[in-house]
Each structure stands twice: as C-alpha cells, then as structure tokens.
Design a protein around this ligand. Structure first.
Ligand code: SF4
Ligand code: SF4
Length: 382
C-alpha cells in the first residue's frame, strides 16, 4: 500500500472521525524527520545545480586557459572578520543567511582577543574589516574597533544602516565617528520599492534616516575624513551596470530628494550561493545566471579579487580565503601547505604572514567575482 503523505493522513483521519479534528499542529513531525527531509531537499537542489553547470567550463578551466592557475596570494593586507550571523534584517540576497534568530553564532571574547593579537603580529595587515550579520550587534564589536585603532589600523564596518536605529544602538553612530571607522553600507537602489523588495518593508526609510544621522556627524561630507561608501547589488539576476554612471545617478538622486551625501558607490555581483542560490533555484533562474557569469568571465578582474590580499575569519575562528568560501565551508587553500589537512583556525597560527605566496581555494561561485567588470567591493556586505 502506498504510504500516505502527512496532509492526506490528516484528511483521512478527519474524514473517518468527524467528531475529532486533527490539526496540522497536533500532527507535527518529529524534528529528526524534518531535518532528514530538509537534508534530502538540499541534496536534490545541489544535484540539480551541479547538473545545470555540466556543460559549462569550470573555474580552473578558465584560469588555465588564461595561464592564471593556480591563483596565488600576495602579502595579506586585510583581515576580514565575520563576528557573527546575528542581524536585524533578513535580506533576500544575503549570502551568509543572517537573521534575528542567529544569536548563538556570535564571536566570543576569547576569539576577539585572539584577533587583536594576530593583528598585532601581522604588520602588513593595514585594515580590520568587520562584517556579519550586523557586526555592531556583537558585544565585542567596540573592543575590536578600539584595539585596532590603537594599533593604528584602519577599521571598516559593513553596516546595514538600519541597525543604527535599533534599541541599544543609540550611541553607535557617534562611536563610529569618534574612532574614524570607515562605513560601507548596502543600498541596492535609490528607489524605496526596490530596496524594500530586497531587504524588507520599511528598510529604505530607515536607511535614509541612518544616512542623515551619519551625514550630520560628518560622514560622506566634503572636507571630512569620515568615509561613507554605499554598495549596490542588482535586485534581479543580472550583472551590475557601470559603476561610474550609477554612482553619479545615486549621488544626484539621493542629494536631490533627501540631501544625502556619500563618498563612493561600489557595485557588486550577487553570489550564486546560500539564500541567493535558493532564490535562483526557486525561480528557475539558476542555470541561466551561471551561464551569464561564465560567459562574462573577465581575466583582468583576477588582479583585484579580494582573496589575493585578504583573509576571512568566521565567528568561531576558522580561516578562509574569502567570505564566500567561508559560507560554503571551503578550507583555506594554504591549510595544506601549513601542514594541516583539515581546517586552520586562529588558534593554529601566530600571525598571517605565512599566507604570502600560498594557493587560493577556488570553485564555481568564483565566477561571481570575475564576471564583467568584477565585484568592486571586497566581499561581504551588510
Ligand atoms: S569567491 Fe573568493 S576565492 Fe573565489 S575569486 Fe572570489 S574572492 Fe577569490
Ligand atoms: S545582507 Fe546584510 S543586512 Fe541583510 S540579512 Fe544579510 S547580513 Fe543582514
């Protein structure tokens, strides 16, 4: 006899016994069944994605064709730290799948202390680039900023803007200004509807309020040292337009209607991983998007890909070649040459100087960094 699926079983029970109504809630699946079903779905989705890319050249094929393989690192200049996945938003394009429920995935004090030590031991690291989630929600965010600034390093905060208006964050904008933290903030459009569509209802208005607050503090304004950069990523599955043109458009529109100023606009390509890969899969656009990226492979972008000079550290201290590899749990390319088969972590190294000249781990998603004009903003956005 064919096994009845849950909805049919509920229907069957309700039909047999009209006096007792069996609700879906009463008939909840055991968590292990749900987990197995989820895993099966993920595996099927992965298989489908692999199938979709079968006719396409691999990233290594493309690099070899241009005599660029293997891809090697330069001296490390940026430590990109993902302090956690806790976020006040749940954007559609989010490649780290951050959100308000990710409370446990947050870097602890010991991790933050180790990071400051490694920063100190790596003189070539000029920048501490803090990302998340919403990095400001990590309780050790201010500690990290202060320590890095005391060492004379540049600090970059990947800010989603709206977090500056959250309860408990009232002093955050002032703190960022006092410590001359560079702000890199995502704003996928200057039109409210497009921003709300990608980031959630009301996000545009809140972002504008936060930008006004930052401008009042001197961020993005003429003659000020406080840098405020915006990041554009396409709302749909296409490549970003020319950065220069779009920057001029953003500047004009935001100034004209709201009097908002900023320094630069970075344009980035949406990475076909995690939540964005789900979106592409569910809308039947995955194969088309991958072909678009592969067909627009541009070898000149390889000079500037962030994995050449950046090391990415996860909230639990693991090391990766970039934030995207971190989300896919692809081991640091240098792990093997460092004499370690598995994953390297901040507890296995004393500094990051060993990275220079080591190989980078690449995969299919790397086409997202190398299509068209490339992705100009180094890695994770918030
Ligand atoms: S995805 Fe990461 S490893 Fe791949 S090219 Fe981009 S930065 Fe480098
Ligand atoms: S994209 Fe940024 S702001 Fe949006 S959910 Fe992800 S981490 Fe949060």
């Amino acid at each position: 006899m064919r096994a009845l699926k849950v909805p049919n079983r509920i229907h069957a029970l309700n039909t047999l016994s009209p006096k007792v109504t069996v609700s879906r809630r009463n008939f909840a699946e055991h968590p292990s069944v749900t987990a197995k079903r989820e895993l099966r779905k993920k595996t099927e989705r992965q298989q489908f994605m692999d199938e979709s890319c079968k006719g396409l050249p691999t990233f290594i094929d493309k690099l070899s064709e241009h005599k660029l393989w293997p891809l090697k690192r330069s001296s490390p200049t940026t430590l990109q730290l993902n302090v956690g996945l806790l976020c006040n938003l749940t954007c559609h394009h989010c490649h780290v799948e951050a959100g308000p429920t990710k409370k446990k995935e947050n870097m602890a004090k010991e991790g933050a202390e180790r990071i400051t030590l490694l920063l100190k031991n790596t003189p070539s690291m000029q920048t501490l680039d803090i990302t998340g989630g919403a990095p400001e929600l990590n309780p050790h965010f201010k500690y990290l900023v202060k320590e890095a600034r005391t060492m004379g390093r540049q600090v970059m905060d990947r800010c989603n803007l709206t977090v500056l208006l959250e309860p408990g964050m009232e002093d955050m904008a002032d703190f960022l200004a006092e410590n001359q933290v560079q702000i890199v903030a995502s704003l996928p459009c200057y039109k409210p509807d497009n921003v709300d569509k990608q980031r959630g209802k009301g996000v545009f208005d809140k972002s504008m309020e936060a930008l006004k607050k930052l401008n009042q503090l001197g961020y993005g304004t003429e003659g000020s040292k406080l840098e405020l950069h915006l990041v554009y990523n396409p709302v749909g599955p296409h490549l970003p337009p020319s950065q220069k043109k779009l920057e001029a458009q953003y500047k004009e529109e935001l100034d004209k209607y709201l009097g908002i100023k900023f320094n630069k606009l970075f344009t980035i390509t949406n990475m076909p991983i995690k939540r964005y890969a789900d979106f592409l899969f569910n809308s039947g656009e995955y194969a088309k998007y991958m072909s678009l990226l592969v067909n627009h492979f541009n070898p000149s972008t390889l000079n500037d890909v962030m994995c050449k000079y950046l090391v990415s550290v996860s909230w639990d201290g693991k090391l990766y070649d970039c934030d995207f590899n971190q989300m896919l749990d692809i081991n640091l390319g240098a792990a093997k040459s460092h004499g370690k088969e598995g994953q390297l972590s901040i507890w296995d190294v004393d500094s990051f100087t060993f990275l220079e000249g080591t190989g980078i781990a690449t995969a299919r998603h790397c086409f997202g960094c190398t299509a068209g004009a490339g992705s100009s903003c180094t890695g994770a956005i918030s």
